[in-house]
Every structure is written in structure tokens, then in C-alpha cells.
Design a protein around this ligand. Sequence first.
Ligand code: PEP
Length: 251
Amino acid sequence: MTAERIPLIAGNWKMHKSVAESESLVRDIINGKRPSKVEVMVAPPFTSLLAVARLVDTSDVALGAQNMHWEDKGAFTGEVSPVMLTDLGVNYVILGHSERRHLFGETDEMINHKMQSALKHQLRPILCIGETLEEREAERVFGVLEVQIEGGLSGISSALMENVVIAYEPVWAIGTGRNATPEQAQSVHRLIRDQLGIKFDKDVASKTRILYGGSAKPGNAGKLMAQADIDGLLVGGASLNPLDFLGIVNF
Ligand code: PEP
């Protein structure tokens, strides 16, 4: 984390919480003690977006969606468009989460369509990248991330990168309780930033926020956030409990 990049703590609620439960959780977050220097975002399920949008509207908590289709409208049963998200006041959209890649077959090409579409609609995409355990053990971490960065950010200009956030989420650390050590995460974040410098330029590399995700909790948030190239956390499980989430926000 550096003073230049505003830290972002983002909660991905996944397929959890009824409307009433979502309202209760976001109220606790809005009313909780939070440092002013930290940006906070919550990404409820689609069914709770409107209710949560109404509550965060007068607060400084940002609203995120967990996914979207790249088309504005059309015959895409079960999908949600960027236009529908901006209509609700959504600010961020999580794209390419490992669960979307591995459980729903999303490819880098599909994720790139979504990235381009999100940026066209003034949504801030959080591009998730990360290696599996098998890929880590085969020492393929950098190769895998390079492909995901090149694929996900293809055709995106340096100017538009201002609205892009990257989340490094090692698949083996998501929901497993097994987080990357702060040093392990830092070394990968450094590689990602170097890659942004090669693909774009120094300015993009130094300004882009790179979040870590994977079993983040109040007990490890401080050490992770103390690393030079970790600019925030994408939190799954621990974002469902207001005390845990606020504990992370107050790293
Ligand atoms: C996630 O799914 O983005 C995530 C980081 O989950 P967890 O915090 O539960 O590992």
C-alpha cells in the first residue's frame, strides 16, 4: 500500500443473503467505524442490489455487482446487463472471478468483452486473476497470470486503466482458510505491477490498484495491507459478518 493509491476493501457476498439480511449487513457496515482513508465496497447478490443501492446511496460505501453480461440488452436468459447495473447506481463490477472461470467456463475472451463493456458504461471493473494449486506447484504462476492479464486487458487503453482494479486471488486460497503469506502475495503483486508497466507504462503500473483475495480475515489483513504492492483486499467469507468485515476495513 502506498499513499498514492487509495486502499479498497471489497466484500463479495457471493450467493448469500436474503434481501432483509443484505439490508441488515450493509446497515452495520455503513454505521460501523471506518477509517476515512479506506474505500469500502460491497457486492451483494443481484436480488439484493436494489435494496442495498437505496441504503448506500447517501453513504460513502460503494456498490458492486458480482458479474454481468457484455451486451446492453437482448435474448440472454438469466443474464444481467451493464445498463441494468448502472440503472441501479452500481459503481464496480467483479469480473473473471475464479468461480466464474472454473465453475461456469468463463474464458479470457469472454472476460475481456465484459471488461470493455463495463468501461464503456462507466462501471469500474475488478479483474480477478489467479493460479490454481496445480499451476503453482508446476511453477507456472507468472505464465498463467500473464495470459490472464493480456487476455483480460486486451484492447484497453492506458487512459481507461484509471478505472480498472486488479484482484490477485490464488485459487487455492479462496474459501479454503489457506491464505497466501503476505510475502508470497507481495511477490506476485510486484510481478503483476511489473507486467502492467510492460503492457502499458510506468504511470499505469504505479497508479493501478491491485487487491489480494483469498481467506482474508481481521487477523491477517494488517500484514497483507502493509505490503508495498497490496492496495486492498477482496473478501469473500469474512465479508458476510459485519464484525469480521469491519475488522478488515480497520486493518
Ligand atoms: C473471493 O471469493 O473473492 C474470496 C477471496 O473468498 P474468501 O475470502 O472466502 O477466500
